[in-house]
Design a binder for this molecule. Structure first.
Ligand code: FEC
Length: 309
């Protein structure tokens, strides 16, 4: 008793600088360096987004600091201590667990900065954390998902409502397009909960925002040679344009932060595609370190801790 519980806050990670994009990309590709061409393409995407790589990293740092403050408020100062663990960049998930162990932490809760569970995303983070925790004698439990937490739904619903205001008197024509990162289509045969959980979040947010015209679409599929879940947002925009839809509000529900997959894939690529089709495309503001989102994370951590006894 009296010892703080560690909180391993896990997120995808972003390069530390333009020079480390190659190492980052190689890690994502499980140790296989990208071709010159693919590296140049990714570097170009980072260069073209507002802010580039450094602010993205500061964003994760701010989220971890804000979660620490929220846990101090809700559970009392000293009850929990947060550590960062990134999937594809330093400090890696293993570094975060090692730092906890070095500080004498014996028990910890892990949580990922994405609301829905998939064996290929959140499951991967958890496996890596658990393996390192076993080596270092840290007892860990995990928050697997929080995709229907009432405060998450409320925070997203409010963002939808305020973004709809940007359409003025065209508001009622807007198609709300919920989106999330695609995954290889084989997850469907694996009965992975990811697609259903994304639809559950989308449905709850549509209800919370009083939206009737909505659809779900995938985005940011990788190029691995195997099929990925579709339709992709660009195909969805083509179809909607053919159906005479003139205005869309993209609402990412699997991402919580301003990062490449939002600032490039939606704000530049999808927006340009929509403009070519004569459509107006807007996007909701991301949650980042929004106080309601921080409360979702803090409450989920506290509940997992309670369950772990
Ligand atoms: O802003 C940043 O610097 C990071 C942006 C970023 C986020 C993100 C989130 C997710 N990913 C997920 C799955 C995959 C799978 C592959 C894959 C590949 C990439 C590549 C980049 C990248 N991802 Fe990512 N992802 C982000 C960035 N992702 C860059 C490299 C290829 C490309 O540019 O297209 C395929 C790996 C392979 O080759 O086998 C699978 C999932 C998420 C959302 C959940 C989470 O945040 O963990 C799932 C942010």
């Amino acid at each position: 008793e009296g010892k703080p519980v560690g909180v391993l806050v896990m997120s995808y990670g972003t390069p530390e600088s333009m020079e480390t994009i190659e190492a980052y990309y190689t890690h994502i590709r499980r140790g296989h360096p990208p071709t010159e061409e693919r590296l140049a393409d990714l570097t170009g995407r980072y260069k073209s987004i507002v802010g580039g790589v450094f602010p993205l990293r500061e964003n994760t740092n701010r989220q971890v600091a804000a979660l620490q403050r929220t846990l101090d408020e809700l559970a009392g100062a000293g009850a929990f201590v947060c550590y960062q663990g990134l999937k594809h960049a330093p400090p890696f998930i293993e570094d975060g667990v090692a730092a906890m162990a070095a500080d004498g932490i014996k028990e910890a809760v892990g949580i990922v900065l994405t609301p829905q569970y998939s064996s290929m995303s959140v499951g991967g983070y958890i496996n890596r954390a658990q393996e390192e925790a076993d080596k270092r004698g840290v007892k860990m439990s995990f928050v697997k998902q929080y995709h229907l937490h009432p405060q998450l739904i409320d925070a997203l619903s409010r963002r939808v409502v305020s973004a709809l205001d940007r359409f003025g008197d065209r508001r009622s024509e807007v198609m709300v397009l919920f989106s999330a990162h695609s995954l290889p289509a084989k997850i469907v045969e694996m009965r992975d909960p990811y697609p259903d959980q994304l639809l559950e979040t989308s449905r709850a947010v549509a209800k919370g925002a009083g939206v009737e015209r909505w659809q779900f679409t995938w985005q940011s599929a990788g190029q691995t040679g195997q099929p990925w879940l579709g339709p992709d947002i660009l195909e969805t925009l083509d179809r909607l344009a053919a159906e005479e839809v003139k205005a869309v509000l993209v609402t990412p529900v699997g991402f919580v932060s301003d990062h490449l997959e939002v600032l490039y894939d939606i704000d530049l690529e999808a927006k340009r595609h929509a403009a070519d089709l004569g459509m107006k495309l807007e996007r909701i503001d991301m949650l980042n370190d929004d106080p309601q989102y921080m409360a979702v994370l803090a409450e989920s951590v506290m509940a997992a801790r309670k369950e772990a006894g």
